[in-house]
Design a protein around this ligand. Structure first.
Ligand code: S3P
Length: 174
C-alpha cells in the first residue's frame, strides 16, 4: 500500500500524529529525524552544532531515499525535508503527502524554542517564526492534503488523515 508522508513546519505534530497513524493502520513508522539521530549516534542539535546544516541535509536526503522505497509506511519528515525537490520527488513516488499546519501561537507553545532541540528555531521570536513559516510555505504546498492541527487532538488529526487515505486508496479501515 501507498505510504503516508507527513510534512510541515516544526512542532505541528508530525511525529505524534505519525506514530498514532501507524498504530491505527498497522503500518510501519519512520521518523526521518529519529533515523538520522540513530545513524549519527548524536542528537539533531549536536549534528547541527558539530557538522552544520549542510551535513544534516545530506544525511536527511539519504534517509528520505531509503524511507521512500518502503511500502505500508507512515513517514514523518523533518520540517525542512521538502526544501529539496529531490526529496519530494522520492517521497511522492509511492506516497500520499499530507501537510500538517498550525498557527504561530500553537507552534511557539509546543516547540520549546529556548531548549535548542530545534536549532533552526533556537531563540527565535514569534515574528521571526512567522517570517520563516511564510518563506517555507511554498515547500509545503506540494502536499495533496492539508490539516490544521492548532485546535485538534492528535487523534482527531490522525482520523482525518485516515479518511483522506481511504478516499485515495479504497483502503479498508474497520
Ligand atoms: C528542521 C526541522 C526538524 C529537524 C531539524 C531541521 C527544519 O524537524 O529536521 O531540526 O529545518 O525545519 P521537526 O520538524 O520534526 O522539528
Amino acid at each position: 500500500m501507498k505510504n503516508i508522508v507527513l510534512i510541515g513546519f516544526m512542532a505541528v505534530g508530525k511525529t505524534t500524529v505519525g506514530r498514532m497513524l501507524s498504530d491505527k493502520l498497522n503500518f510501519k513508522f519512520i521518523d526521518t529525524d529519529e533515523v538520522i539521530e540513530n545513524k549519527c549516534n548524536k542528537t539533531i542539535q549536536n549534528i547541527f552544532a558539530e557538522f552544520g546544516e549542510g551535513y544534516f541535509r545530506k544525511i536527511e536526503s539519504d534517509v528520505v531515499k531509503i524511507a521512500s522505497s518502503c511500502t505500508d509506511t507512515v513517514i514523518s519528515c523533518g520540517g525542512g525535508t521538502p526544501k529539496d525537490p529531490d526529496n519530494v520527488r522520492s517521497l511522492e513516488k509511492n506516497g500520499m503527502i499530507i501537510c500538517l499546519k498550525a498557527d504561530a501561537d500553537a507552534i511557539c507553545k509546543r516547540a520549546d524554542i529556548s531548549s535548542g532541540i530545534r536549532p533552526i528555531l533556537y531563540n527565535k521570536s514569534k515574528n521571526e517564526i512567522e517570517d520563516l513559516m511564510l518563506k517555507r510555505q511554498k515547500y509545503y504546498d506540494v502536499a495533496q492534503y492539508f490539516v490544521d492541527t492548532s485546535d485538534l487532538t492528535p487523534e482527531e488529526v490522525a482520523d482525518m488523515i485516515i479518511e483522506y487515505y481511504r478516499k485515495e486508496t479504497d483502503f479498508y479501515v474497520p
